[in-house]
Design a protein around this ligand. Sequence first.
Ligand SMILES: [Zn+2]
Length: 324
Amino acid sequence: MVLIAVSSLVYIPIENERVLSQHQEYILTNYRWIQFDRGSRTSASLPLHIIKEYKLTTNSAMCKVVNGIVNFVGAMPRREELRAALGLREFDNLRVGGQRKICEVSGVPFVHPDHPYNRWISIGFHRPFSRHFYQTFAWLKGEEVFTYHPGSFILTNYRLYQFDAGPKKMYIFPLHMVETFEARGNELKLKATTGKFKIKGRVPRQDHLLSVWQTRAWSHISKEHLDWLVRPFSYIAPHHPLSQYYVSDSATVTPTPVAQETTQEMQVTAGSAGAGTVFVKPVIKDRCTNCSAPMSWEQIDWTGPDQYACPACGHTHRVDYVRM
Ligand SMILES: [Zn+2]
């Protein structure tokens, strides 16, 4: 079966925004990445300043942002186009009001470091299981998705949101309430302060569970707010309105993350189009085979989509892709 995606990019430029590269399915500007996502059949807009890590193939992308994960399926920008847009960092000159505006125009939550919670980002493609979590529960300050399987679990540094394929139930386990756990294949045995559980289906790996549990990141959440981990956003917001943490639009911004291509393993499949996606990592040679000068991502000159030149002698090399 051949699916033909008819893209419809929605792009309304904002003040001082410049288009850097453009394609039928994407636009990269100095502030945003606007992408037609074939998974959700929507035009999604992602502010560059919130991207922390990303993984890119020709037909899918996964971005770790401050408050969650964004998956896109479709014709992606070329790596050097995205790298160039992120590398400009013109968003560094924005103040709080400028960042807020870009988020508002993009339809994504504006997260300020002083805010103790906010919404998860939910643009792009998500399976119903993940979407439900991101739209229902609050993102808590410092919370990061550690690993996930789109239809089965989301493991953050604070909690495990897990689907049990046996009785078809959903659980949230705040990690501070977890006492022991044993993940093996498609089964997770877990003892929490609230009881013993045996879960069937796709579950996180034991070593992943162990490393988030050992990090004990939840100790950064104040004790009286630990219950937020199991409360929906609709409960938290009226009790602790974000307006009480007012931030002036003219305030300067704390440094935004430097986006990097991730080296971390992450379980992701973005919809049927992305099923079986193999993530690859581009690799360049440490030294030029012609003149043996050292080469790094910062120094090389791009001479084609997959081709770069030695900064010392100009000899061209091809990028190698290794499976992650
Ligand atoms: Zn050389």
